[in-house]
Design a protein. Structure first.
Lengths: 292, 384, 581
């Protein structure tokens, strides 16, 4: 039986305060296995301002710098500069930001850093909403989804922002999507990113049990369905132009993905059709970009 | 070596001499020549410094917070809107006890758009936990930056060095520029207490519950309370090395006076002339230059105003609803004292309006003639 | 593990909110409302296996490349893997959960590979030491008798097997032809049992040369004489010239004796015997036509047999029932009626009903009647009850007579090799309990596989090892996201032209590489195989890997009970229960 090649380090630790079944905790644990202990991670405000614990205890075994909500890209730029000046060229500087801290309030600092090709790995832990503050919508929230600021009577009207396209157009050396149901793929991409210099961007989809209204045990399954339904395809972009898609042969209709989530339980058949259409269009669009 | 340089150039020299490691700044009039000068110096290899050309002031301060946490000496400069934009991060820098030094060129905040001298920008940040120094001339600007790094790195709080827009920033004055060899023994290398280290990993700026937060804030206040003593030591040492010292305040004019004029920034220079003239005419006038605004030099001021009956404060700023901020802080510092002179709060010069000798004299005359101020706020030069 | 810090005040605190310790003191296990735990359950293959093999366990050994380990594991329950791997009707494969995904695992071929591999090891089998004083007599060296002998000798008993024929093996020897079960395989597996210390005395038929009285020295007797009497058709002419008995014919062929038959042969019947007869006579150069009174769906013979028979040229005529056999010159003339299917009978199959006036005639050189077997009861001791063609026993094989047990085809209508082996094993346990004064019913109850009736004697001997919840894992309880669809491998068969020239084995076993590939397809239902999904996906790093292979533990100090491990276990080897508070 083929054995998984998963490093044994546990730099997230346990005893932390993530919800039971937290997708982000799985994402973080796997990410740190790939990045190793010589990693300095910058945390703009998100669930991760809380999860590691409150002073004086932090479950992390790596240095961690908590920072202002909008400042992921900027704070990490400073950390990198300082480490370089002190002669530490081995430590990896990474940002771990939520979708709020990446797509919305943090977009400016991220764009600035990317344009300067700052040398860090920017990881967006996307749970498609402002989950730490209680599930308000973000520009990463999918269309028609319920959140506390897009109630069922008026769910989110606009589609999810295409952050990968935005990052690609900054011509950064490496951008990739990944998710926890595909752990070997996630590890490979983190390890690959670690070996590249310049701004690297990883877009992780992390299902959130309370925010998506899903039972905690389905976190991995839903992450897998997101890929299989082509709502969240796995791919890499190098230098903003060269695409490499990790095709998932087992495709399913988006309905399979949506029906398991409480945040979509109000969808009408037309809305589901529309989501399917959009997913199909985006997939075709991605294939075209890959072919160029 | 003496050179005739602008205030902004003096800033640049101060930064070079302090061996700053990381600069992160965003241009805004009238700070721009600071960053331009520094860029030239870095590009020409004279400064072995990283300059992160960030995309906003908020990011500039965030980047410095990152770099300072990383354990290196940092600097930025800004003004007006830029300072206001980084407000959130000013709180962060002091809460994180990072010895960042920032130069702020005092400029009015819009609307209306106005690029000229006004203290409202820096004084709006008085609650952010930054030590604040106001400079009267370009020499003082350079010298204060050098002292600022010493003070910041001892106290572990950030320091803001303030100069007036155009009057200092773009005006050339003769400045004695010390050499690197003279400055190095004065500013030793930065030794951070908790640098980032992958061998000894820690979490920085963690969440703290109500159980502990009070004590963290208490420690900041205690640090602030140490500033007068530390700043004096640094200033004394500076004086013995370089022959120049400034104190937290400086008293000039008649030794014992009934009326004392309190000023800050370049207004002080003008006021020296006016007071000299009036003293010559027999007035019992003295002047106090307030260099250090935060922590407010209550002890020093109280010592210096002994015997005075009236204090006239010229504020080049407005906290709408209250009045001038120096006046407000002064009143507060006097409240618990035994002797409480009358405080006349004058506001003038907002948005770069010239505070002329005539206006200063008008203020002094008013103070002399009135037993107490007839209004809370006395507007100088206002066209009603 | 850091203990909690206690600060008296600001003077003891650092100036910034910098971390001073970890969160290991925070036992998030207290959050749980449900508790995951590792629990191996019963795979449907094992539950369906009449022998009581631990199928998933031996397949896991194969995937690890430990073929000898797989062999030893099978041998815990089944002395005849080489035989079963060839002739068993493999109900395990019919119940294999993979059939609901793509195609079931070819379990019998894996069992066969392991047996053939072990035979090449030439390992010497040692006699079991420390023989007890109790002696046990076993009547019949068929699969039931030998299975009982095997398990009893391993329990240190003194076992003697009495066999009426000149060679041991029972139906395996005289009923099943060599092209299905080569004689050297049979000989090898019998001698493996003999080597443990079992004595077989051949040529001693029960009832004739052997009476119950002469067995007084034995503390227990197991009667497993099987079904060697052919059932008659009760039609005119069935005792005539050139009309033969199927079982007799097979016995002759299998013992190497000459038979005299015409060219065109009609075989009446639809079971395995009929098929075996037909395919045997083909190999003697004859033409064979099977006449069966029901349709293909009801034919009791194994599917593979029917397919191979047709390939070899056997003709099968369905819904045909001979009512009279006459002689016409040198030929036999069979008067037949066409049948149609009516209501279901007691076997659950639709009853064949003659279509009036549909009589027709078939002419053949010889006729062989292979319409079923019955038990021989004449030699059975008084006190053993017979009803509807079987001897009645308790579940454990005990009869009305103290110390006398019965099993195999004698006591059951499920007349397969596997059932016989399972019956022998169960009776061995029953005899052991009887001789030690223990409650056999209770012992059996403890070791049922799933709901039974098969048992695991390994669990009886080592109750604390390899525990399994009797719940049988269903397809719905698996997480098939982790399996790639793939077709099952098929065993190769000889070319028809070649194989009908003699009695050489028709089916070749798998090669090692195909065995490994096929074993990889096994879902390992209900049984942890160390895939580590649980370890990888736990958000709280609360799955601890232990020193032993395939062993994981839940760290209950920190497990929050999210259930991800339960959900992502591909094989249902993790259970969830409510957390008791």
């Amino acid at each position: 039986m083929k054995k998984r090649e998963i490093p044994l380090s546990e730099n997230l630790g346990h005893g932390h305060l993530a919800c039971a079944g937290c997708g982000a905790a799985v994402s973080m644990r796997l990410t740190l296995k790939a990045l190793g202990e010589k990693t300095v991670m910058v945390f703009p405000a998100s669930c991760w301002s809380i999860i590691p614990g409150s002073w004086p205890y932090s479950s992390f075994r790596i240095p961690v710098v908590h920072a202002g909500f909008a400042t992921g890209g900027a704070t990490a730029s400073g950390v990198r500069a300082a480490l370089d000046i002190r002669g530490d060229h081995e430590a990896v500087v990474a940002v771990w930001a939520g979708d709020g801290g990446t797509f919305d309030i943090g977009l400016q600092a991220l764009s600035g850093a990317a344009e300067r090709n700052e040398d860090f790995i920017y990881i967006c832990n996307d749970n498609e909403g402002y989950m730490n503050t209680g599930t308000q919508r973000s520009s990463a929230t999918p269309m028609f989804a319920w959140t506390t600021t897009t109630p069922v009577t008026k769910p989110k009207e606009n589609p999810k922002k295409d952050i990968m396209a935005i990052m690609a157009d900054h011509r950064i050396p490496y951008a990739a999507t990944a998710t926890i149901a595909y752990p070997e793929d996630l590890l490979r991409k983190m390890e690959k990113a670690k070996r590249i210099r310049g701004t690297r961007f990883i877009h992780l989809l992390s299902p959130c049990s309370p925010g998506w209204r899903i039972p905690s045990e389905l976190t991995i399954k839903i992450s897998r369905l997101a890929v299989r339904s082509r709502i969240f395809p796995l791919y890499e972009i190098e230098n903003g132009r060269s695409y490499n898609i990790q095709e998932e042969p087992h495709t399913v209709p988006v309905k399979e993905y949506l029906k398991l989530q409480g945040r979509f339980s109000h969808l009408t058949d037309q809305e589901i059709e529309r989501i399917q259409e959009m997913a199909d269009e985006e997939w075709e669009h991605l294939l075209r970009k890959a072919r160029c | 070596m003496k050179k005739v340089i602008t205030g902004n150039q003096a800033v640049a020299y101060g930064v070079i001499l302090s061996r700053v490691d990381v600069i992160s700044a965003y241009p805004i009039t009238p700070q721009t020549t600071i960053v331009e000068e520094l860029s030239e110096l870095i590009a020409s290899g004279r400064l072995n410094t990283r300059f992160l050309k960030v995309e906003s002031e908020h990011s500039a301060m965030a980047a410095l917070i990152g770099a300072s946490t990383g354990g290196v000496r940092c600097f930025t400069a800004t003004s007006s809107h830029g300072l206001a934009y980084m407000h959130e991060m000013l709180h962060w820098a002091s809460g994180a006890r990072l010895p960042i030094v920032m130069v702020n060129v005092n400029r009015a905040i819009a609307p209306p758009w106005n690029i000229w001298s006004d203290q409202s920008d820096s004084l709006s940040q008085r609650d952010t936990g930054w030590i604040q120094f106001y400079c009267e001339n370009n020499q003082e600007v350079l010298d204060t930056i050098l002292q600022a790094y010493r003070i910041a790195e001892s106290i572990k709080l950030p320091v803001m060095v303030v100069l007036d827009a155009y009057v200092l920033s773009h005006t050339s004055e003769p400045v004695e520029i010390p050499t690197m060899e003279e400055v190095d023994p004065f500013i030793p290398p930065y030794c951070p207490e908790y640098p980032i280290d992958t061998q000894e990993p820690m979490a920085f700026s963690m969440i703290a519950t109500p159980e502990h937060f009070l004590e963290f804030r208490y420690k900041i206040q205690k640090a602030m309370e140490q500033v007068p003593e530390i700043a004096k030591k640094v200033d004394d040492e500076f004086r013995s090395r370089f022959g120049r010292g400034y104190g937290a305040i400086e008293r000039h004019g008649k030794e014992e006076a009934e009326v004392i004029l309190m000023t800050s920034g370049t207004v002080t220079s003008t006021s020296r002339i006016v007071i000299r003239k009036l003293v010559g005419e027999g007035y019992s006038i003295a002047g106090i230059k307030i260099k250090r605004f935060r922590p407010f030099p209550s002890e020093e001021i109280y010592e210096a105003i002994k015997g005075a009956k009236k204090l006239a404060v010229i504020d080049r700023n407005l906290s709408a609803g209250v009045g001038g901020i120096f006046a407000q802080e002064l009143r507060a510092s006097l409240y618990s004292r035994e002797e409480r002179p009358q405080v006349f709060g004058f506001i003038s010069g907002l948005g770069g309006r010239d505070i002329t000798p005539e206006l200063i004299e008008e203020a002094i005359q008013y103070t002399v003639e009135h037993p107490r101020p007839e209004e809370e706020i006395l507007w100088l030069g206002l066209k009603k | 593990m850091t203990k909690q810090f206690v600060f008296k005040g600001a003077s003891e605190m650092p100036m910034i909110s910098i971390s001073l310790g970890h969160m290991d003191w925070n036992k998030t296990g207290t959050w749980r409302t449900q508790r995951p735990f590792y629990e191996d359950k019963t795979p449907p293959c094992s539950a369906a296996c009449p022998v009581g093999n631990d199928i998933v366990a031996f397949i896991q050994k194969i995937t690890q490349g430990d073929f000898e380990g797989a062999w030893n594991l099978i041998k815990e329950e089944n002395p005849y893997p080489g035989i079963c791997g060839r002739v068993c009707f493999h109900p395990c494969e019919s119940k294999c959960n993979r059939r609901d995904y793509d195609e079931p695992i070819v379990i019998h071929a894996l069992e066969r590979f392991v047996s053939d591999f072990a035979s090449n090891l030439n390992k010497k089998i040692e006699k079991v030491p420390g023989v007890r004083k109790e002696k046990i007599a076993i009547i019949g060296s068929g699969p039931a008798g030998m299975s009982c002998a095997y398990h009893l000798v391993k329990l240190h008993y003194d076992v003697t097997v009495f066999e009426s024929s000149s060679l041991a093996g029972g139906m395996l020897r005289i009923g099943i032809p060599s092209y299905r079960l080569p004689k050297n395989v049979l000989d090898r597996e019998i001698s493996n049992i003999v080597a443990l210390g079992v004595e077989i005395r051949t040529g001693i038929p029960f009832g004739e040369n052997l009476k119950l009285d002469s067995l007084k020295d034995y503390q227990a007797i197991f009667i497993a004489t099987g079904t060697h009497r052919s059932r008659g058709l009760h039609i005119p002419g069935e005792k005539g010239k050139s009309v033969f008995n199927g079982l007799d014919l097979l016995r002759k062929i299998n013992l190497g004796n000459k038979v005299k038959l015409g060219d065109k042969i009609a075989i009446i019947g639809g079971g395995n015997t009929a098929l075996d007869v037909a395919r045997s006579v083909i190999r003697l150069g004859k033409k064979a036509t099977i006449l069966y009174r029901r349709s293909k769906e009801e034919m009791p013979a194994f599917e593979d047999e029917i397919v191979e028979a047709i390939e070899e040229g056997v003709k099968i005529r369905y819904l045909v029932n001979p009512i009279r056999i006459q002689q016409k010159d040198s030929l036999k003339r069979l008067e037949c009626m066409r049948m149609e299917l009516g209501e279901k009978d007691e076997s659950g199959r639709r009853r064949p009903v003659p279509i009036p006036n549909s009589n027709f005639f078939i002419e053949e050189d010889s006729v062989i009647i292979a319409a079923g077997e019955e038990i021989e009861v004449s030699f059975l001791p008084k006190g053993m009850e017979e009803r509807e063609g079987i001897v009645l026993t308790q579940r454990d094989g005990s009869t009305g007579i103290k110390g006398i047990f019965a099993g195999g085809d004698l006591v059951s209508n499920q007349r397969t090799v596997a059932h016989a082996i399972g019956s022998g094993k169960k009776t061995a346990l029953a005899i052991d309990c009887y001789l030690k004064g223990k409650d056999s019913e209770e012992a059996i109850r403890q070791i049922l596989i799933g709901e039974g009736p098969s048992i695991s004697i390994f669990r009886h001997l080592y109750p604390d090892e390899r525990p399994r919840n009797p719940h049988v894992v269903t397809f719905e309880e698996l997480n098939t996201d982790y399996f790639e669809p793939s077709k099952r491998r098929r065993e190769s068969k000889g070319l028809v032209k070649k194989r009908i020239k003699g009695f050489g084995e028709v089916t070749s076993g798998f090669t090692e590489s195909i065995t490994l590939e096929e074993a990889e397809r096994c879902f390992s239902c209900g049984t942890c195989n160390g895939c580590e999904n649980c370890y990888v996906f736990c958000p709280d790093a609360s799955i601890i890997k232990t020193e032993e292979i395939l062993s994981h533990q839940v760290d209950y100090d920190f497990c929050k009970g999210c259930g991800i491990c339960f959900s992502e276990c591909p094989r249902g080897a993790i259970s969830l229960k409510e957390e008791a508070r």
